[in-house]
Design a protein around this ligand. Sequence first.
Ligand SMILES: [Zn+2]
Length: 130
Amino acid sequence: MDESNLTQILALMDSQFSQLSDTMAQLKHQVTELSHENNRLRMANAQLASVVSEASPPLSDLPQEQEDKHQEETSQAAPAKRQQAGRERLQTFYQEGIHICHTFYGMKREPGEECIFCQNLLDSFQRDNH
Ligand SMILES: [Zn+2]
């Protein structure tokens, strides 16, 4: 094998590495996008599940009269309860390392990354609770 052959092989390998590197970068980008979309879908799904479960509360075997009273109480407490449940869900997603803020909603936070927007939102939940 002479020197020009080696040079050709090295050039070929160099170009293949460069292609591989481009493919890797594209794959990484797609994984990030899919993860972002997955997070947003999970959050939307959790929200929808809570709306559906509120719209059709499990039927109990309470007598009719008590059931009516029960429904009345539920409908009065529902908005505040729903809001509370929604906040708890968002806090759970945040603890999992997902942005809950408007700006980066559904995107993954880097390990140890603090987001001032998410933090603001969490602080406002605390304020509303007191
Ligand atoms: Zn955020």
